[in-house]
Design a protein around this ligand. Structure first.
Ligand code: BG6
Length: 484
């Protein structure tokens, strides 16, 4: 379905995000017929490009990142692109942008800030000063929103002085992933799970976002962030919220966000008193990945002193009626054994077995929601082994793979999210108070680590992280799924 008429301005149009994600996402939406005939994409950066130079740049990006590029769609898409040179820091170029935008004032006007967070405030202020913001405007900002609660507050205030909250779209691209949205369908479009979705029936939850790549060319940014700020504060906490929240009254943005906020507020604090017991941080050393030998983090960074963590495992507890006593083990890291993101809901064992020892062990049910790769949902259940050999039990997966079940291309998260910006639907975006609540939980962990004498634990690239991460769950008599 076509969205309404719009102008989308992309700041940072020659950067990595635009190159790898935004241009391909917009191309796909266009090729699928979702962009109205007169939609314009106005790209801006500091380079001295003409419209045609930028179109060539965009063409190269699309050739690299889009499979089955169609020449006819490509040329129609490139025709939508305009280029304006803007020097964000000096403010030069904002008037030129305004002139282009004022060619039509009654369409959605979205500003996508695909730049570092240090520029968010300046861009918003300059847009305000240039008079480029009107009632149809929206602004999109990427995580990380600040580096702690205080800086997030300052940033939200500056952005908020130019745009109203309902015009601000804080992207956490995990919320746009098909399988993440599917989590809501699974929980709230089925009668099966919700009655069991609580401490009486669930033993624990594991959320893993493992990457096999290292920090690569992003070491400069990454070293100021680390895995806690880069991944846990946003992506993993958002996943935790979707698993743990109460049923919202509707899919309306505020209903969903109200429920997520309650979960964030109910997280039991981790601070200097329990940080060693509840968290593990690691940093990768040299090792091997699929492509061969790889250097350690400090070598990549060229700095022996850095204590930045590239791995975090932690045990989160939600202090409320539904979840008391159910640990949520979160884990994320770079240069791990494989790229896999999944949520594992481990149910309680059956209360009493009617089978004799011959039948074999009965494994508790487990629901696995695989976010990537090989997106799918798997329910592990016990059955009788077929055959006349008596009652022998076996665990088998009830398996649903998205690739097998639906023969359609799995759209990238950004495709959905950019279209939601145009539609003005904030359901899959973070509200300001959610960001604040997430930082309120993260800040004490960060400062407990900063004042701790312990350094991040080294782990060999290509493994599952420091052994302390295994110990974190084994102490509770549990294991990470891939260790079973
Ligand atoms: C980003 C982080 O938000 O998410 C990166 O800054 C990380 O460090 C990326 O690699 C992971 O996203 P995805 O979609 O590849 O799982």
């Amino acid at each position: 379905i076509e969205v309404e008429e719009f102008d989308l301005v992309v700041f940072g149009a020659s950067g990595d995000l635009a190159h790898r994600k935004l241009l391909p996402a917009l191309y796909h939406r266009d090729a699928d017929g979702q962009l109205p005939a007169n939609a314009r994409i106005i790209c801006s950066a500091r380079r001295d490009y003409t419209d045609d130079d930028y179109r060539n740049y965009a063409k190269a990006a699309l050739k690299e990142h889009v499979k089955d590029l169609d020449d006819e769609h490509l040329s129609l898409f490139l025709d939508r692109l305009r280029y304006v040179k803007i020097d964000v820091a000096s403010g030069e170029g904002f008037d030129d942008l305004k002139t282009i935008l004022d060619e039509r004032t009654d369409v959605v006007r979205a500003f996508y800030l695909a730049v570092g967070p240090d520029l968010f405030g300046t861009i918003c202020e300059n847009l305000g000063k240039a008079g480029a913001v009107n009632d149809h405007s929206r602004v999109v900002i990427e995580k990380p929103i600040g580096k702690d609660g205080a800086s997030a507050k300052a940033l939200n205030e500056t952005v908020g002085s130019v745009f109203k909250e309902e015009q601000i779209f804080r992207i956490d691209h995990y919320l746009g992933k098909e399988t993440v949205q599917n989590l809501m369908a699974l929980r709230f479009a089925n009668a099966l799970f919700e009655p069991l979705w609580n401490a009486a029936h669930i033993d624990h939850v594991q959320i893993t976002v493992a990457e096999s790549l290292g920090v690569g060319g992003r070491a400069g940014y990454y070293d100021t962030a680390g895995a806690l700020r880069d991944m846990i504060q946003n992506h993993l906490l958002q996943l935790l919220c979707l698993v743990a929240m109460e049923p919202p009254e509707s899919m309306n943005a505020d209903s969903v966000r109200d429920e997520k906020l309650k979960v964030l507020k109910a997280l039991a604090p981790i601070d200097e008193h329990n940080v060693d017991k509840m968290t593990v941080r690691g940093q990768y050393r040299a090792g091997a990945s699929a492509g061969g030998a790889v250097p350690g983090y400090l070598d990549e960074l060229g700095n022996d002193e850095s204590r930045t963590e590239t791995f975090v495992a932690l045990k989160a507890e939600i202090a409320n009626w539904r979840w008391a006593g159910v640990p949520f083990y979160l884990r994320t890291g770079k240069r791990l054994a494989q790229r896999v993101s999944e949520i594992v809901v481990q149910f309680q064992p059956i209360p009493h077995s009617i089978f004799d020892a011959e039948a074999g062990a009965i494994t508790a049910n487990r629901l696995i929601i695989r976010l990537q790769p090989d997106e799918g949902v798997q329910m592990q259940i016990m059955i009788k082994d077929p055959g006349p050999g008596g009652m022998r039990l076996r665990q088998v997966p009830l398996d649903m793979s998205f690739a097998d079940a639906f023969k359609v291309r799995n759209p990238d998260a950004y495709e959905r999210l950019i279209m939601d910006v145009i539609r003005g639907n904030q359901t899959l975006f973070m509200r300001r108070d959610e960001v604040d609540a997430a930082w309120a939980w993260i800040d004490p962990i960060q400062s407990a680590w900063a004042s701790s004498k312990n350094l991040p634990k080294g782990y060999t690239s290509g493994t599952w992280g420091p052994s302390a991460s295994i110990a974190l769950v084994e102490r509770d008599g549990r294991t990470w799924t891939e260790d079973d």
